[in-house]
Design a binder for this molecule. Structure first.
Ligand code: TAP
Length: 478
């Protein structure tokens, strides 16, 4: 595979103003961390250092939790829902106003294509704040009784794949319900969370209602283990989720966990073929496959296997891998060297276990972290690439003959986050949706999100729901 020199599109880079260093956002101010060393956040497309960011240690986290507690007791808790809504609407409008800048910042820090951050991530972020702003004065209809009460201080830890969208999923319902928050973004993608902190200042949000503590796993651990946190909300890997569940067991804390997935995307012989190919591509290559609900296991009915594979490979050959800031890019950079190593390792295991690997001939930039769109055929259910989350642009293809076999294979996973069904038959969609042990089931579409719809998993994909009315429930004591 050939390599070329990556140079970020200069015109988009000019619209963001990244500071050389950032402190923690505590009690409405950016402050220096007292307890940890600063770390660098880099652009995964160029390895350029974007900024130096403070690492919060336990003493800093304690400061943030105290600020959140004070704001809860004195300001945000006693405030009427109607007034809380005004702040949330204001934040939503500021996100819209700054959406171009936020999209560029997200693509720079995360590596995702600008077309996605501009058209999907940031509009959804604003939509979440608008949606939950509407709930703030109607909590008695949230389904948890006539007198819903916030938990208090929420400690929230999020991953790097949708940095600002995960922040919105966490912060918007928490604030609408009357909680205050301390949020830790992922180590590799802190910049949009820090921009959000500025937006909170612009919106005149009372100090301490939102606090952002940057850092790595140790910061997250200090936050979820802090005794004065009432509600823990975590999105990330199943391993860390398990550790968090153990650490809060036996405490007063309420917990929701959104963890990994290994979704089946199921194609029947009567599926509308053009739409299906686009759905398969979107299912696994959207956001470089760094998607918890990615359609990473393609189940194809045997009778259409040859046609689906041939058309899929042809379509994969047209995907452009490269500069995240170029509007024509389909697949951006892998978020970190560590994630690239994990994708490479599991792909090698796929080959070693006997599956057949294929990627189109595509040029990859010389610097930065990249992986070509890849499909594995001849995959059996026992293969690790069929069982483990790769979290990259790698698709494993299996076949089935009957709907019952498709259900059995789709459910043969410890995860249960999402699934997709491609068929013309409405009755089959309904039957399959009932059989599949997945929190979200898409029919003739994939990776569609909306603030009104609950999202979350079964089994090792976690518990609790985010989004919609159900997403409020997680932030209300009942
Ligand atoms: P993790 O390694 O689990 O990290 C998630 C967050 O937890 C990061 O902020 C991380 O900090 C922090 N963290 C690490 N160790 C911790 C500890 N012991 N205590 C508290 N916090 C800790 O996951 P990731 O690699 O960032 O994200 C990918 C995973 O997230 C995938 O498995 C994916 O499926 C899942 N995901 C799930 C969903 C939903 S909705 N189910 C959505 C998106 C992603 P550092 O980043 O600094 O290490």
């Amino acid at each position: 595979m050939s390599r070329f020199e990556y140079a970020p599109a200069p015109e988009s880079r000019a619209i963001v103003d990244i500071k050389s260093s950032y402190g923690l956002f505590v009690n409405g101010q950016f402050i220096e961390a007292t307890d940890g060393k600063p770390f660098k956040t880099v652009s995964p497309a160029s390895e350029e250092v974007l900024a130096e960011v403070s690492e919060a240690g336990p003493a800093d986290v304690d400061k943030a939790v105290k600020a959140a507690r004070k704001a809860f007791d004195k300001v945000w808790g006693p405030m009427s829902g109607k007034d809380r809504a005004k702040y949330l609407f204001r934040i939503a409008r500021l996100i819209q106003e700054r959406s171009r800048e936020l999209a560029v910042l997200e693509s720079l820090d995360n590596g995702k294509p600008i077309r996605e951050s501009r058209d999907v991530d940031i509009p959804l972020v604003a939509a979440h704040f608008f949606y939950y702003a509407g709930w703030a004065d109607k909590l008695e209809y949230a389904g948890v009784g006539d007198d819903p009460q916030p938990w208090g201080v929420a400690g929230q830890v999020i991953p790097w794949n949708f940095p600002m969208l995960m922040l919105a999923w966490k912060i918007a319902p928490a604030l609408a319900a009357g909680n205050t928050v301390v949020l830790k973004p992922a180590e590799t993608t802190p910049l949009t969370a820090l921009a959000f902190a500025e937006i909170c200042q612009q919106a005149d949000l009372p100090p301490g209602v939102v606090n952002i503590v940057t850092g790595a796993g140790r910061t997250g651990q200090a936050l979820v283990e802090h005794p004065d946190v009432d509600k823990v909300a975590f999105t990330g890997s199943t391993d860390v989720g398990r550790a968090i569940a153990k650490s809060v067991a036996g405490t007063h804390k309420a917990v929701t966990l959104e963890l990994g997935g290994k979704a089946a995307n199921i194609v029947f012989e009567d599926a509308p073929i053009d739409q299906t190919i686009e759905g398969i591509v979107n299912g696994i290559f959207f956001n470089q496959g760094h998607v918890c609900c990615a359609g990473s296991r393609l189940l194809v009915q045997e009778s259409v296997y040859d046609e689906v594979l041939a058309r899929l490979k042809r379509r994969m050959g047209t995907l452009r891998v490269g500069d995240p800031l170029d509007k024509n890019t389909d697949i951006g950079a892998i978020n970190s060297a560590a994630q690239l190593a994990k994708i490479r390792e599991l792909s090698q295991i796929g080959e070693d276990e006997g599956a057949e690997r294929w990627s189109p001939d595509c040029e990859l930039p010389a610097n930065g972290y990249w992986f070509p769109p890849t499909v594995f055929t001849g995959v059996s259910q026992a293969h690790r690439i069929a069982r483990e989350e790769i979290f990259g642009p790698v698709l494993s293809v299996l076949t089935f003959r009957t709907p019952a076999e498709a259900v059995e294979k789709a459910n043969n996973t410890p995860f249960g986050l999402s699934a997709g069904i491609w068929t013309e038959k409405g009755s089959r969609i309904l039957w399959m949706a009932n059989q599949l042990r997945a929190g979200v089931v898409w029919a003739n579409t994939f990776n569609r999100f909306d603030p009104t719809s609950p999202f979350g998993g079964y089994k090792e994909s976690g518990y609790g729901r985010e989004g919609g009315r159900h997403g409020l429930e997680a932030y209300l004591a009942h």
